[in-house]
Design a protein around this ligand. Structure first.
Ligand SMILES: [Fe+2]
Length: 285
């Protein structure tokens, strides 16, 4: 449970090799073209993508320059010390629910008034039996389920959740196919108890993708929570499978328009803040 001040100590979604590979796709450069432009050998670049790192600081500098990456964040990743911020100021309890899926881990989140046993669920992970293992014992009822995007690792446990919690309203992005779920488009606002959930339509990773901003209007000084799905991670970003241009546009909008202190709850990897990612995220320059 997140309440008070916490720095998460879990693994990042992406390490240096993953970030370089994603950045090369963004820049439409293969290893030979990147080698030509940066002066770093193609072999070293391929090794880094395979997690065998032998890059000198000067080479990282040139790669960051050609790929237009934030060098401070990239160097921190290279040293295995990407900075994670203190998570504080949330005026409610946040329960990250991390479940394994394939070689990775997917995050779902319960948001709840710390004194109550009713919560809101954001994404579900892939598998109800794995979700049950990390389910917060004090949360016995759900008021709503919000899905960021219709990939198995983010909503595979939905039917299991509905079987356990009964008829709970489920909300999905416009254009996503999720039986029985209601579509939420850009700017939609819903209130549940003391919470307000605002929808931001954020296509890019996939066409039908929503981020959700959770606030508590009766505590206006509290930090908002951005449920970011597969747009923004601590130290990286999602892959723009649908559209690179729209992906960057929405990433920039999140970073520019949300308060610096907003807590970011990504679909993979640790919690972070808008301020931290503006300062260090390799993809933010
Ligand atoms: Fe994902």
């Amino acid at each position: 449970m997140m309440a008070g001040v916490v720095i998460e100590q879990i693994a990042l979604e992406d390490e240096l090799g993953d970030v370089l590979e994603k950045a090369m796709r963004y820049a439409c450069l293969n290893d030979h073209e990147l080698a030509l432009r940066s002066g770093v050998s193609a072999e070293k670049i391929r090794d880094a993508i395979d997690y065998r790192y032998d890059l000198e600081p000067a080479e990282l500098h040139r790669l960051a320059e050609v790929l237009r990456l934030n060098e401070v964040g990239l160097s921190a990743l290279a040293q295995g010390h990407y900075p994670l911020p203190e998570i504080s100021g949330l005026p409610f309890c946040l329960y990250p629910l991390r479940t394994p899926h394939g070689v990775g881990v997917a995050n779902a989140y319960v948001v709840a008034d710390c004194a109550l046993s009713t919560g809101l669920l954001f994404d579900t992970g892939a598998d109800i039996s794995l979700l049950r293992r990390v389910w917060p014992k004090n949360i016995r009822r759900l008021e709503a389920v919000f899905i960021t995007h219709a990939e198995t690792e983010h909503m595979g446990a939905l039917q299991g959740i509905l079987a356990e919690f009964g008829s709970v309203p489920v909300f999905r992005p416009e254009g996503a196919t999720i039986e029985g779920a209601l579509a939420l488009g850009e700017g939609a606002r819903l209130s549940f108890g003391g919470f307000e959930v605002k929808t931001l339509r954020t296509p890019g990773h996939v066409e039908a993708h929503n981020c959700y901003v959770v606030t508590t209007p009766r505590v206006p000084a509290g930090s908002p929570l951005l449920v970011a799905g597969d747009v923004l991670f601590a130290g990286s970003v999602g892959a723009p499978y649908f559209c690179r241009h729209q992906f960057s546009e929405h990433l920039t909008r999140l970073l520019d328009q949300l308060p610096q202190g907003a807590v970011v709850a990504p679909g993979h990897g640790p919690l972070t803040t808008i301020a931290n990612e503006r300062r260090f995220n390799p993809f933010v320059v």
